[in-house]
Design a protein around this ligand. Structure first.
Ligand code: 0L1
Ligand code: MG
Length: 262
């Protein structure tokens, strides 16, 4: 680690304030070019601790930058991981208040709900499928706190991988007998299809992203508890939204899920 405990706490407070005030900031590595991966995840942990102190509950995790489309969009080649708290969750068909956000974008995702604990190292697709209760359609609303989405990977990790809101559908699908690689998705904005894809866009198989998350947490002495919701990563590039937009995600075998931006 290169940053002091005080600097990590100050960066967490800064990013947390940006979230609460819906205000952007230059990427934090501009002032802290020596920030390493451990520092970045330590800032993310410190943000999580601040939220927990204010009464938030961790409901799950997310993998980000898991699709080649998204990696290309962001010019990176590694997935990143973040956490989800209860207040990020929105009801299916509900409203997402853009005034609470900076510059939201949506991503179509396959969400996993676990029935047993998942622990790395050594976690693999088979272990993830065995631990999965069901999968469900999910829309992630990302909202990088960095000005114009201009960042590097370590700054993104510190910023809890741009996590902001999410919604999941209400038609769960058991994974038995389902090939998640060929599950098709269509993302619609205001009734028009704007993005298409299939599960294989996420690291070849969405469960591979969950396994990578378990291995990442395992290396840090943590695990994915039973009952966690995991957003496995955007299947397509993120789509920008603004007030007045209606977004619907249709996933093969899992119905649809939607959000209205006000
Ligand atoms: O969930 C994601 O793939 C987002 C990762 C962070 C990068 C971004 O804000 O686009
Ligand atoms: Mg995402």
């Amino acid at each position: 680690m290169n940053l002091s405990t005080d600097t990590i706490a100050a960066l967490a407070a800064h990013l947390d304030d940006c979230v609460r005030e819906a205000r952007d900031t230059p990427k934090i590595t501009d002032d802290h070019p020596g920030m390493d991966w451990e520092d970045a995840y330590a800032v993310q942990d410190a943000i999580r601790d601040r939220l927990l102190e204010r009464g938030a509950r961790i409901v799950g995790y997310k993998a980000g930058l898991t699709s080649h489309a998204k990696m290309r969009q962001m010019s990176v080649d590694t997935p990143v991981f973040g956490f989800l708290v209860d207040s990020y969750g929105l009801p299916d068909g509900g409203e997402c208040r853009t005034a609470e956000l900076i510059h939201p974008k949506v991503e179509p995702e396959i969400a996993f709900v676990t029935k047993t604990e998942l622990k790395g190292p050594g976690c693999h697709i088979g272990a993830v499928l065995a631990a999965t209760d069901f999968i469900v359609a999910g829309i992630e609303v990302i909202d990088s706190r960095y000005r114009d989405f201009k960042f590097d990977l370590k700054s993104v990790v510190a910023d809890n991988t741009s996590a902001a809101r999410f919604v999941v559908g209400s038609q769960p699908l058991a994974v038995e007998g389902v090939d998640l690689r060929t599950l098709g998705i269509v993302l619609e904005k205001n009734g028009r299809a704007v993005a298409f894809g299939a599960g294989a866009a996420v690291l070849g198989h969405p469960a591979a992203a969950v396994a990578a998350l378990a291995n990442h947490l395992g290396a840090r002495g943590e695990s994915i508890p039973a009952g966690s919701l995991i957003l496995s990563g955007g299947i397509t590039e993120a789509v920008a939204v603004e007030p007045g937009d209606n977004v619907t995600l249709r996933v093969q075998g899992m119905g649809s899920v939607s959000l209205r931006f006000i």
